[in-house]
Design a protein around this ligand. Structure first.
Ligand SMILES: NC(=O)c1ccc[n+]([C@@H]2O[C@H](COP(=O)([O-])OP(=O)(O)OC[C@H]3O[C@@H](n4cnc5c(N)ncnc54)[C@H](OP(=O)(O)O)[C@@H]3O)[C@@H](O)[C@H]2O)c1
Length: 293
């Protein structure tokens, strides 16, 4: 299943704000250097991956100016600007990188405004399609805390025309409800995959309100998914474990939009081919047991 002519439209579409995107997109974080810091070893290869994704029909790319920092957005601009009609680039703000590659909260009005302008400049656009406010009350997972002050800053930048739509990342249901009193929240981007299912109920609630849910680390992120059950299902279907992990997410809920990340053309095509993979009921049952074991 590494067909480079995969028909990603088979994964279907879902609204992302006032746009509709294919459910198989691409996450650009892997295009920066090791530790998402500095330039990649092979910039031409990074450019090639982005162009191949768009050529294959990808119309949803996830990024941030704190990847690199600046590097990933600059590569996206080099590869794809002027951007094709219909391409939605989603970015995020709320963190800044230390000189030691650390990820630090950056929620003051000055820092958020600077981050929006950094994204505009490095992507080469007049307005950002979607900006996620990446919450950092706990860097590793959603944690309660007030979001009114930083979200109000983004809503002001939205009114100025610099941001089209706003989402939340690393957020709780309560924060989404709080956010909706300030502005429209068009998507939630949290960690979720076959083995990490804390958001099961949250995803269903967001689906009911027509809100996109965009799982980060869909393949396990820095620790790629490994499971005997996953490998067995994949072998039985003649697919790879990563394809099965993505097909499971597509099947999990119609509001899930995928942004698997890769720096490799081979992996890109492998991942996009998951759009064509259908999971039989018994495979689904075996996969469902992984996250609750
Ligand atoms: N909101 C947030 O806080 C947050 C946090 C993390 C990520 N994100 C976003 O979510 C996107 C996806 O997350 P992610 O890229 O960190 O993790 P991921 O998609 O779960 O996994 C990426 C890792 O899997 C490898 N990989 C990809 N395809 C593969 C395949 N077919 N076979 C084997 N290995 C494969 C990649 O290595 P290769 O490069 O070698 O393929 C990379 O190491 C990011 O790109 C970023 O845009 C958001």
């Amino acid at each position: 299943m590494t067909d480079i002519t995969a028909d990603i439209a088979q994964a279907g579409t879902f609204p992302l704000g006032d746009r509709t995107v294919k459910r198989l997109g691409y996450g650009a974080m892997q295009l920066a250097g090791p530790g998402v810091f500095g330039p990649p070893k092979d910039r031409a290869a990074a450019v090639a991956v982005l162009r191949a994704a768009v050529a294959a029909g990808v119309d949803h790319i996830d990024t941030s100016d704190f990847y690199g920092p600046h590097v990933t957005n600059q590569i996206i601009r080099e590869a794809l600007h002027p951007y094709p009609d219909g391409l939605v680039i989603v970015t995020k703000v709320g963190a800044k990188r230390g000189a030691d590659a650390s990820w630090n909260p950056a929620f003051s009005a000055e820092e958020l405004t600077q981050a929006v302008h950094d994204n505009l400049r490095n992507l080469g656009v007049d307005a950002l399609d979607v900006v996620n406010l990446r919450l950092m009350f706990d860097v590793h997972g959603p944690a309660e805390g007030p979001i009114e002050a930083p979200l109000t800053v983004l809503a002001d930048l939205q009114r100025q025309g610099l941001i089209r739509r706003i989402g939340l990342s690393n957020a709780t249901p309560r924060q989404v409800a709080e956010g909706r009193r300030i502005t429209d929240i068009v998507c939630v981007q949290n960690q979720y995959n076959l083995a990490h299912r804390d958001d099961d109920a949250f995803i269903d609630d967001l689906a009911a309100s027509g809100t996109a849910y965009v799982p980060f680390f869909p393949l396990g992120g820095f620790s790629p998914l490994q499971s005997d059950s996953l490998s067995a299902v994949a072998a039985g279907l003649g697919a790879t474990p990563m394809q099965v992990a993505l097909a499971w997410l597509l099947r999990r809920s119609p509001n899930i939009l995928l942004i698997p990340g890769t720096s490799s053309l081979g992996h890109l095509h492998e991942n996009l081919a998951a759009a064509e993979l259908r999971l039989p009921d018994e495979a689904l049952a075996a996969l469902d047991r992984i996250g609750v074991a």
